[in-house]
Write a protein that binds this ligand. Sequence first.
Ligand code: MN
Length: 161
Amino acid sequence: MSSLNDYKGKRNFKGTPEPDGTPQESKKIVDHSSNISGRFVVQEHHARRLHWDFRLEKDGVLKSWAVPKGIPLNKGVKRLAVEVEDHPLEYIHFEGEIPRGNYGAGTVTIWDRGHYSIKEVTNKKMEFVLLGEKLQGGYALINTKDNQWLMLKTYDEEEKS
Ligand SMILES: [Mn+2]
């Protein structure tokens, strides 16, 4: 799975408890009957700088963004989301301590998880609905340049017709 080369290249799996990217899980779980596109997770990562990692299950990997100020909870709030390397599916369960000296050293805890359904995808924009424990409602990720995206909440769950 070539899209995990960056992930593997940044880490020494003798030094970190993170998954090594060897495929273990079957590919994405798609429930066509309920219009679910896959799972998502948000990991709170107390690294050198605190940030939240937003990951969507897509094309057999976790597409990943680091969100320094956290996922927007309110409609209209925009947050910078920096696209980072694809992570293996197994990472969706990861919580723990990445030891000092390793890439991303610090504590990772799962802040939210659930499923999402895609509404629209282009190179520059993804629109989706999150069905998590904390995060509910419509969201968009808009590419502004290079690896920089804006994440924003487009509507609250209550507004859904
Ligand atoms: Mn991180």
